[in-house]
Write a new protein. Structure first.
Length: 126
């Protein structure tokens, strides 16, 4: 399996989510903001190994929907899991490669959805 990129500007929340993700996934990388994430995606070696992006809906700088749209201009089929405050926010995201989870988010719920998003043709990426 490749890299999961966690985009989270809250140090405490990011540490907790990264720790949860690392229970199941071996390569989890965290960045503070959307701009940093987009810079990484521009690096061919990083982009080649990137399998999933997990980001909050409310982003400093580039907002969540604009970030996902910009990310998909670079990597159209990259799965993106958006963590948001309310179910109403989910209507701001469209596309077959985007999923939305409203808070509160249970660890197993996030891990389960990440597993599903990483699946290809019914086969889990090893």
């Amino acid at each position: 399996m490749g890299t999961i990129l966690l985009v989270d500007d809250d140090p405490l929340q990011a540490m907790l989510r990264k720790s949860i993700l690392e229970r199941r996934f071996s390569d989890v990388r965290r960045v503070n903001d959307a701009a940093e994430a987009l810079c990484l995606v521009e690096q061919p070696i990083f982009a080649e190994n990137l399998d999933l992006v997990i980001s909050g809906h409310h982003r400093p700088g580039i907002g969540g929907p604009a970030f996902v749209e910009e990310l998909h201009t670079r990597m159209p089929s990259l799965p993106v899991l958006v963590l948001g405050d309310a179910v109403e926010d989910s209507s701001k995201y469209a596309g077959e490669h985007v999923r939305f989870l409203a808070k509160p988010i249970a660890a197993e719920e996030m891990l389960g959805l990440a597993d599903k998003m990483l699946a290809k043709d019914g086969q889990k990426i090893a």
